[in-house]
Design a protein around this ligand. Structure first.
Ligand code: GAR
Length: 206
């Protein structure tokens, strides 16, 4: 059974999808720690309700970004975490964090990478950009986290139709329901079963 740590900033519906998959017996793992970058994130309540250790770590409380990265990495390391899931986590962490959990961190992004990703593309902004561009298909991507934002090896993707009368909110909801909440637990399951490897920056699934 793998020990999972989660980084959250908001509602935590992706964390919930992973917890539900664990309950169904789909994932041989346990979420043992949840850290939020924001006060009052509903994701913390989801953790609390299930008796999962949870805490808030605010970047502004640390003297430098490097200190914040170190504190977060120490927190997860002290809890012997096998996999860190970024579940609606809105901060970009530096090498001080990323290098300590290489190939053991995954993220869900609400678009089909390499489109609509990178700095500034997060949450609703992604869907606003998709609608502005007029593309007819969008989706979600699960990928390994590297120091470069949204550029790590891709694990799973799923496409979702864009409708003419979509608002950023309706599109966000459809992408979550039809893609994110399906492929994120699936990717965690593949990781937990040791079925993912990375060859020359490309993920191979067994
Ligand atoms: C989700 O759509 C997630 O893909 C996105 O924010 C939303 C958070 O939802 N994440 C990012 O944009 C990360 N760069 P949640 O808190 O309900 O899981």
């Amino acid at each position: 059974m793998i020990r999972i740590g989660a980084l959250v900033s908001g509602g935590g519906t992706n964390l919930q999808a992973i917890l539900d998959a664990i309950d169904r017996g789909d994932i041989d793992g346990k979420v043992v720690a949840v850290v939020s970058s924001k006060d009052g994130a509903y994701a913390l309540e989801r953790a609390e309700k299930r008796g999962i250790e949870n805490t808030v770590m605010l970047k502004k409380d640390y003297p430098s970004p490097e200190d914040y990265d170190r504190a977060l990495a120490d927190y997860f390391e002290e809890r012997s975490i096998d996999l860190i899931v970024y579940a609606g986590f809105m901060l970009i962490l530096g090498e001080g964090f990323v290098n300590r959990f290489k190939n053991r961190m995954i993220n869900i992004h609400p678009a089909l990478i390499p489109s609509f990703c990178g700095k500034g593309y997060y949450g609703l902004h992604v869907h606003e950009a998709v609608l502005k561009a007029g593309v007819k298909v969008t989706g979600a991507t699960v990928h390994f986290v590297t120091a470069e934002c949204d550029a790590g090896p891709i694990i799973l993707q799923k496409a979702v139709e864009v409708l003419d009368d979509d608002t950023p909110e309706t599109l966000q909801r459809r992408v979550m329901e039809q893609a994110e909440w399906i492929i994120y637990p699936e990717a965690v399951k593949l990781f937990a079963e040791g079925r993912l490897s990375i060859e020359n920056g490309i993920v191979k699934r067994r």
